[in-house]
Design a protein around this ligand. Structure first.
Ligand code: NOJ
Length: 497
């Protein structure tokens, strides 16, 4: 049996800090607000939080554009506020994972301020400059190359022009990042979530990317072969400093890509976008992802259905705007399946998407960049707006409406409690995983106990576990399961009964 890791014990909760809880009344979430909600998170049963970037930043991409790695942006609080949050979380048994953005820094970072337009800068080689740009496109649309005014050179940015890619071929960059890790580990963090970590430009600038169906295929700018060695060194450095949780955001929905990065000497887990970012609801597609994750992934998968980058799960999966029945059934799956669950803030309130309608509603840099690129390509303002609205990521970033607990909150609390108290839900291997019509059924087992779960997303089907002699933990053990009904049963075999 694999050794038990502390993070396998936890249900995680993503805190998108700018929209979580405003403690100082300026309309933006902050550490004072977060400190006020630690009891709330504890009551919900959360065992670990992942906090999105809070470092000094121009906030062009809400903090994913860092201008100082070793401080807290005053709009989010002070370093001592952060330390107090960590201490209070630890006092409540909640671990703290922070976001580390290693692919790029803000164009306002002192390294880039010094390097920009200045070939003599000692930081020039921290970035990627060229006389001859290739065809690589930014993930936020348009060219990934930005001209400098005086040098005739261009700098490279995979995201917004204000997010300048670091040159991972320069060993000094790596040394700088080790110092950053040390700084936050000394502040007590329990792990890192590495932003777009498979995007690091470790092999420099290569061939043009191919185009297919009018879209650029990102063949040479991501998943560069040299990344593996860099990643191994980064993770070894972290692991030598404690029992940390090392989470990778691998920008891909392809399990074959995701799983490459998960290993004892690589990342502990990767975000399973193959499951988490399914755009519409399909029990068959969810089942296929669960099966593939179980059979092909070298470690535990992650279980999430929402984040700050995507539309909320209820809005994507519901048959109507507020389909909480299906959301409850998906939640039952998320908290009983094998893996590490991550809940995005506000899902427990049953929140639906914020829907921008005009340009003024669009705050997200990806949405705004698409708008500008479309205009520059000669489109009308209406056409550009339509494109921007399909790419903008404002949907799940509205401030949380504290005080409006929805009926789903109770289910979150109860199902999280179940996972926290029934070890087989954290450690059990699947003994069976099957799909009947739109009903996902599985059983999980350890030496001490077994659970049986059936979650029916479609027309009534026979309850596959009705005859199993177990204690019903949740739902109704009726002969038939109606739409969005589920049942969770358990039987103890050993001393843990
Ligand atoms: C992934 C983050 O989740 C997203 O919000 C950000 O825009 C990109 N990485 C770039 O840092």
């Amino acid at each position: 049996m694999e050794p038990v890791r502390w993070w396998q014990e936890c249900v995680f909760y993503q805190i998108y800090l700018p929209a979580f809880c405003d403690g100082n009344g300026d309309g933006r979430g902050d550490f004072i607000g977060l400190a006020q909600k630690i009891d709330y998170l504890h009551e919900l049963g959360i065992g670990g939080i992942w906090i999105t970037p809070f470092y000094p930043s121009p906030l062009v991409d809400n903090g994913y554009d860092i201008s100082d790695y070793c401080a807290v942006d005053p709009r989010f609080g002070e370093l001592d506020d952060f330390r107090r949050v960590v201490a209070a979380c630890h006092g409540r048994g909640i671990r703290v994972v922070i976001d580390l953005v290693l692919n790029h820094v803000s164009s306002q970072h002192p390294w880039f301020v010094d390097a920009w337009n200045n070939p003599a800068s000692r930081y020039r080689d921290y970035f990627i400059f060229t006389d001859q740009p290739n065809n690589w496109q930014s993930f936020f649309s348009g060219s990934a190359w930005m001209p400098e005014p005086d040098t005739g050179q261009f700098y490279y940015h995979k995201f917004a022009p204000q997010q300048v890619d670091l040159n991972w071929q320069n060993p000094q960059v790596e040394q700088e990042i080790y110092r950053v890790m040390d700084f936050w580990l000394a502040a007590g963090v329990d792990g890192f979530r590495f932003d777009v970590i498979n995007f690091l430009t470790t092999d420099g600038i290569g061939a043009d990317n191919p185009q297919s169906a009018g879209e650029q295929e990102h063949l040479y700018d991501v998943n560069q072969p040299g990344l593996m060695a860099v990643l191994r060194r980064l993770m070894a450095y972290a692991r030598a400093r404690g029992e940390l949780f090392l989470i990778g955001e691998i920008g891909s929905e392809d399990l074959a890509v995701l799983r490459r990065y998960q290993a004892a000497d690589l990342l502990d887990v990767v975000f399973n976008f193959n499951l988490g970012s399914q755009k519409t609801f399909s029990a068959a597609a969810i089942f296929a992802a669960l099966t593939a994750m179980n059979e092909q992934q070298p470690g535990l998968p992650t279980l999430f259905f929402s984040s700050h980058d995507m539309s909320r799960m209820i809005s994507r999966f519901g048959e109507n705007e507020r389909d909480t029945d299906r959301a409850r059934a998906v939640l039952a799956l998320q908290l009983t399946a094998r893996g590490v669950p991550f809940i995005y803030q506000g899902e427990e309130f049953g929140l639906t998407d914020y829907r921008p309608r005009c340009l003024a509603d669009i705050s997200d840099v990806q949405g705004r960049t698409h708008y500008q690129t479309a205009l520059a390509a000669g489109m009308t303002a209406d056409e550009a707006l339509a494109i921007a609205l399909t790419h903008t990521r404002d949907a799940s970033r509205a401030p949380l409406p504290w005080g409006e607990k929805d009926a789903l909150w109770k289910d979150y609390r109860e199902l999280i409690a179940l996972r926290n108290h029934i070890p087989v839900l954290r450690y059990g291997a699947y003994t069976r995983l099957a799909l009947t019509d739109a009903c996902i059924g599985f059983s999980r087992i350890t030496a001490d106990e077994q659970v049986w779960v059936a979650i029916n997303f479609g027309a009534p089907v026979r309850n596959p576990w009705q005859a199993v002699a177990g204690e019903v933990l949740y739902g109704d053990n009726a002969p038939w399961l109606g739409k969005n009904q589920f049942v969770i049963k358990r039987r103890g075999y050993g001393k843990a009964q």
